[in-house]
Design a protein around this ligand. Structure first.
Ligand SMILES: *[C@@H]1O[C@H](CO)[C@@H](O)[C@H](O)[C@H]1NC(C)=O
Length: 487
């Protein structure tokens, strides 16, 4: 039998994401070998490769055959569940790999696991990349946003492939070498945290429009379609418009109204908030979106609370607020509130990346990160181009809020933003993300905060000392003695 030609790259782990990414690679003209312990997954992928255009993809049924079918230096992408399955897959494959070969983990892995595996791979002479992949199943098949971090040499081995496989925007493919160590996974984690924030803010806009503005699903679909033609143009706004249009096949009205109000999650949002706390970076909008998912999970408790508080005399104020509403103006205000809130959320995510980058010496290029998020990924949006430009103007920008262009936009929108949040508060419609963003903005922009009083309290009960605004040094005062001294 004639020896088959070697593949350019391999992919192990053929759940939907893995299958789709493998088909994408093959479609771009790079012959690919695929493997999965469950042989039916290999056959399924082979069938798809055949049906979706005779794509150059070969299936393999043992780790050894799989590895040996790839040309050297070998690059193998693994797409399995984060954690122990990644270690097991590496064990199975590395036994057949040779020095100079590369392992690329495309899962949502905790960045420290990647950093451990980089060292373990080095001990075997192997190269390693932790590569964030965003875009869901559709993105994996047609062009995801890719965030590879780790060995630069390994990146160069696959650069031609990932640049073709990634989503394409007008300023290039949505992939760049992120940095060393676990930076690719970390950046993907923060991307997901930002995604939590975006989804929360959109759901609040929906809540206010529906319950305060009294908009129907048909009107909501129209508004979101309209928003998607302006500054809010983005994947999440676009799909939200679509969601409002889908009828319920099991009954009257639209499906969205029949969905149980409990949000699932997989952990990257929680990690983002944990890292923010770890690094002393304020990320209140992202934290609010996480808290909301937790509270949404308490469906039974919330139903009890609604009943008990109604019995205790709580009156719904939303009807009163709604009766005095100018619908058109509310819609325009909510659009502006959403945009301003979003800027604050991105400022938080970018600042988390900035602090981590300097701690780890990753040298992250924030303009490039914004650029590779412009296509392929879940947070893709026209407005990321503005973020890219802000960091190009000033790579050391302290916050997006003080970029001259964004500063102007925030100022223009703050009146509308305050009106929306104020209305929501008086109507008893919770908008934790918009409120978190607004208080973040108001706290950050104030040159003087009441932190002086907190310092005085700390010094009084714990002798923690304080600084003064008018002279150098650390001071301590016997507050109680002085305060209670008889005149
Ligand atoms: C293969 O498929 C199974 C089931 O879909 C999955 O649990 C497993 O992690 C996959 N990956 C590998 C490398 O075998």
């Amino acid at each position: 039998m004639e020896a088959a030609a070697l593949s350019r790259i391999g992919l192990a782990g053929l759940a939907v994401m893995g299958q789709n990414l493998a088909l994408n690679v093959a479609e771009k003209g790079f012959p690919i070998s695929v493997y999965n312990r469950t042989t039916s997954k290999v056959d399924e992928t082979l069938d798809r490769a055949h049906n979706e255009g005779q794509l150059p993809l070969t299936g393999h049924y043992t780790p050894r055959d799989f590895v040996l079918s790839i040309q050297k230096p070998r690059s193998v992408i693994i797409l399995v569940k984060a954690g122990a399955p990644v270690d097991q897959t590496i064990e199975a494959l590395a036994a057949h790999m040779e020095p100079g070969d590369t392992i690329i983990d495309g899962g949502n892995e905790w960045y420290e696991n990647t950093e451990r595996r980089i060292v373990e791979a080095e001990n075997r002479g192997l190269l390693y990349l932790g590569m964030g992949v965003s875009g869901g199943e559709e993105g994996a098949r047609n062009g995801p946003s890719l965030m590879p971090g780790g060995s630069y040499e390994a990146y160069n081995n696959i650069k031609d492939i990932v640049e073709k496989v990634a989503a394409q925007v007008e300023d290039g493919p949505c992939v760049t070498y992120i940095g060393e160590g676990g930076s690719g996974n970390f950046v993907k984690m923060v991307h997901n945290g930002i995604e939590y924030g975006d989804m929360q803010l959109i759901s609040e806009a929906y809540d206010v429009l529906k319950n305060v503005g009294g908009l129907s699903n048909t009107e909501l679909a129209e508004i979101f379609d309209e928003w998607n033609r302006g500054e809010l143009e983005s994947f999440l706004i676009e799909i939200t418009a679509d969601i409002f249009k889908v009828k319920d096949e099991h009954g009257e009205g639209e499906l969205v109204d029949k969905i149980l109000d409990k949000t699932g999650m997989k952990g990257t949002g929680k990690w983002t908030v944990q890292q923010a706390a770890e690094l002393s970076v304020a990320a209140p909008t992202i934290a609010a979106s996480l808290d909301c998912r937790y509270l949404s999970g308490l469906k039974d408790e919330r139903e009890d609370a609604a009943r008990i508080l109604a019995a205790a005399g709580l009156k719904e104020e939303v009807g009163t607020v709604r009766s005095g509403i100018d619908k058109k103006r509310l819609i325009d205000d909510v659009r502006q509130a959403l945009y301003a809130s979003k800027i604050c959320s991105y400022a938080q995510g970018m600042n988390l990346l900035r602090v981590k980058s300097s701690e780890k010496n990753w040298n992250l290029d924030f303009g490039e990160l914004a650029r590779i998020w412009k296509g392929g990924c879940i947070i893709r949006a026209v407005f990321l181009d503005r973020i890219k430009k802000a960091y190009q103007r000033n790579p050391n920008l302290a916050s997006l809020l003080v970029d001259p262009d964004f500063a102007k936009e925030m100022v223009q929108r703050q009146a509308a933003w305050r009106r929306v949040v104020g209305l929501a508060i008086s109507a008893g419609i919770s908008t934790p993300g918009m409120c978190a963003s607004l208080t973040y903005f108001d706290t950050y922009r104030r040159a003087r905060l009441p932190a002086n009083l907190v310092q005085a309290q700390r010094d009084l009960f714990g002798a923690h000392t304080y600084e003064r605004i008018d002279r150098e040094g650390a001071f301590h005062t016997e507050w109680t003695k002085l305060a209670r001294k008889k005149a």
